[in-house]
Design a protein around this ligand. Structure first.
Ligand SMILES: Cc1ncc(COP(=O)(O)O)c(C=O)c1O
Length: 382
């Protein structure tokens, strides 16, 4: 049973934690997930890679998500044991030998993906094609994405008609998937990709039913403001209507960041202060690893001393992680109370995406302390 606290102040007063503590705000996950489910004009598959912590998966499941985009058999198993009755999609063009078979036989997985002819025979050997849907993944990236997800996977659009035809010839249902990138800052990216999809689909002599537009729905962070999700939903809905699909055509998406980011915060402790340098007990090898990549540079934050909010004049500081690697420094500078000192705590909000799922224990610094914050009026820093 996960520890629960009414709010962060109570947690800090009770424990003044030495290790990082990750706080789940269930009501924030509920509201943000339901907002996405209500607005998106299709089937929502949560991309487990964005945050695979069982407690986060359960919040997203409790909020109503019943479809999960998995990249491996262990992710399929994780969803299977934490989110009963859900449908898992094995959406990685590369798999370990035997894993597609186990996903299908042991967990009832029916959806798979390939991005090249050479991947089709090994997949079909392991599954029952007649009972499966195989997506052809198309490479299509947009300049507005924080990271290109088509540099490694995805067939060129001109090869998609042949790949869809080959999938159909195996007896499986053929479908189309693409991924315009992660952190897509321009909603027109999906319109652009759907036009390329439309052209590819107009070259095949049959109609497919499912189009999966992947993830990429972004989140605003300090200094990194993005359009509202509604703009993405509206433009996606309109572009989808132009696709030549079967009558029961359906749109799917694999949001990771948009669902996992909002409801998690990280409470870190100040271990050392040297003038404008503040050393924390978590860093680039821990929950902040995503800041290594192009995109946002910070999370919203607030400071506590002895469990009470610390305010007053601010100054900008450099934030450094606890390991001996000198690159273990968060990018940029952050405004914090000028007298911040050893033993104070900083809570970083909106840190649910690409944080827990990729942290390491480099140098022996690691925390798996996840707690829940109960008070519905309590919000993480935004
Ligand atoms: C295949 C696939 N689907 C979905 C996602 C989720 O992307 P996002 O977190 O930007 O929504 C990713 C991210 O890497 C991905 O590779």
């Amino acid at each position: 049973m996960m520890e629960a606290y009414e709010n962060v102040q109570k947690l800090l007063l009770a424990h003044s934690p030495n290790l990082p503590v990750y706080c789940i705000y269930p009501h924030v996950y509920r509201d943000s997930t339901q907002h996405f489910l209500r607005g998106f004009p299709g089937r929502v598959l949560y991309a487990v890679k964005a945050n695979n912590h069982p407690a986060v998966l359960k919040e997203i499941f409790n909020a109503g998500v019943r479809h999960f985009d998995c990249a491996s058999l262990p992710e399929v198993e994780l969803v299977s044991s934490n989110c009963p009755g859900s449908t898992m999609y094995y959406m990685n063009p590369v798999r370990l030998d035997g894993h597609a078979n186990r996903a299908q036989v042991e967990h009832g997985v029916r959806h798979f993906v390939v991005d090249h002819h050479s991947g089709l025979a090994p997949l079909v050997k392991e599954i029952e094609p007649k009972n499966s849907i195989i997506f052809a993944r198309m490479a299509v990236s947009h300049v507005s994405a924080q990271a290109n997800l088509s540099a490694k996977f995805g067939a060129k659009p001109e090869n998609i008609p042949a790949l869809l035809t080959a999938i159909r010839e195996t007896g499986a249902e053929a479908a189309l998937a693409f991924n315009v990138g992660t952190g897509v800052t321009d909603p027109d990216a999906y319109v652009y990709a759907m036009e390329i999809a439309r052209q590819a689909l107009s070259k095949i002599p049959f109609k497919i039913r499912l189009v999966d537009i992947g993830g990429g729905f972004p989140k605003s962070y300090p200094g990194y403001k993005v359009p509202a999700l509604e703009e993405y939903f509206d433009r996606t809905r309109n572009a989808f209507a132009t696709l030549p699909l079967a009558e029961n055509g359906e749109l799917l998406a694999e949001p990771g960041r948009a669902l996992s980011a909002p409801g998690l915060s990280a409470i870190t402790r100040v271990l050392l202060r040297k003038t404008d340098r503040v050393y924390l007990n978590d860093g680039m090898y821990g929950a902040f690893w995503e800041l290594r990549f192009k995109g946002h540079l910070r999370y919203p934050c607030r400071v506590f001393r002895n469990g009470q909010p610390l305010s007053g004049d601010t100054k900008t500081f450099r934030l450094l992680g606890p390991t001996c690697d000198s690159t273990d420094e968060l990018p940029g500078r952050v405004a914090l109370p000028a007298d911040i000192d050893v033993g104070d705590h900083i809570e970083f909000g909106c840190i649910g995406a690409y944080s827990l799922s990729g942290r390491t224990d480099f140098n022996g610094f690691y925390s798996d302390k996840v707690v829940s914050i109960r008070d519905e009026c309590s919000r993480p820093p935004e």
